[in-house]
Design a protein around this ligand. Structure first.
Ligand SMILES: [Zn+2]
Length: 309
């Protein structure tokens, strides 16, 4: 059904089978590796009437989940907007009102199935609702002692930004970046086979969604300028990057180049650059200043790569 994450699959296969789950899990790891899909599939397995696990099933419960209408699966996530800026899923975004609703409903018994499942995608945003005081406190209490057979899956690509009080109440399940093979597998039938998938997968740092963005050219590849030694164009291309996502991708794409250059030349500064790039990616977990990061990224890469010229 999806690629990779065998260890996590095994853990949840046993948990679902025995019916013994913790109250709350945090699924952490980079964007686009299937954390949310994994949570939805676990919910499916818990609510399935045929006892299927991570395999296609046509029972009424699984069909309802596919259609997004199962009354015992509550999925919250990022704001979805229409082209004219209207919020389409007001009742499903992470804000104080909805946190209140979660708290209220989590104490009740499931409507149809044996379980009630809450998936909160982008759970680090719960920190913003903490100003809501009582609502946030009630949520903490709910995470600690929800109703019977209620389970929370909190999904994030910014584990450090999750409130410590929430972290201490949930089990962290880490999801690793995917291998090139796994990305190819996940995209088979979605994009045409070809060697460019491998290149895009490598540049993506192990993320299916980033690989797709690269294939759809939503992302500027800054590495050709490095290879040409055209540092002015490199700096200009970095300057044009706007979102955190774009910058992360650029940083991830330079990383293998730095390692490759280290292998070729044996120069330790390339190796140190590799660490530096990982550090930049980590800084994004703390909502660091984008312009500052771009400047650091650009100057450090140019410094190291221009030494060889
Ligand atoms: Zn089913």
């Amino acid at each position: 059904m999806f690629a990779g994450h065998e260890k996590q699959t095994e853990i949840f296969r046993r948990a679902v089978k025995s019916g013994r789950l913790m109250h709350a899990y945090i699924f952490s790891g980079i964007k686009g590796i299937g954390k949310r899909l994994f949570a939805v599939n676990t919910a499916k397995a818990l609510l399935c009437r045929e006892g299927s696990f991570f395999s296609p099933c046509g029972c009424p419960s699984c069909v309802q989940i596919d259609m997004g209408t199962h009354p015992d699966l509550h999925l919250y996530g990022e704001k979805e907007t229409s082209p004219d800026g209207k919020v389409l899923n007001e009742d499903k975004i992470i804000n104080i009102e909805n946190v209140r609703k979660i708290v209220e409903s989590a104490g009740m018994t499931p409507l149809e199935g044996q379980w009630k499942v809450y998936i909160i995608d982008g759970a680090h945003q719960l920190a913003d609702t903490a100003q809501g005081g009582p609502a946030a406190n009630a949520l903490l209490k709910t995470l600690e002692e929800p109703g019977e057979n209620t389970v929370f899956f909190l999904i994030t690509d910014k584990y450090e930004a999750i409130l410590p009080t929430i972290r201490s109440r949930a089990v962290n399940v880490k999801f690793s970046p995917l291998t090139i093979d796994q990305i190819r597998q996940a995209l088979s039938g979605i994009v045409p086979e070809g060697s460019f998938i491998d290149r895009a997968a490598l540049m993506s740092g192990g993320s299916v969604s980033r690989t797709l963005d690269i294939l759809n050219e939503k992302f500027t590849d800054v590495t050709p300028y490095l290879k040409d030694g055209d540092f002015v164009k490199f700096a200009a291309a970095v300057q044009k990057l706007k979102t955190q996502e774009e910058i992360s991708m650029a940083v991830s794409s330079v990383y293998p180049e730095a390692l490759e250059a280290f292998k070729k030349t044996g120069r330790y500064s390339y190796c140190l650059l590799g660490y530096y790039l990982l550090d930049i990616l980590r800084r994004f977990n703390y909502n660091a200043n984008v312009d500052l990061i771009k400047a650091d990224f650009s100057s450090k890469v140019i410094e190291v790569f221009s030494e060889a010229v």
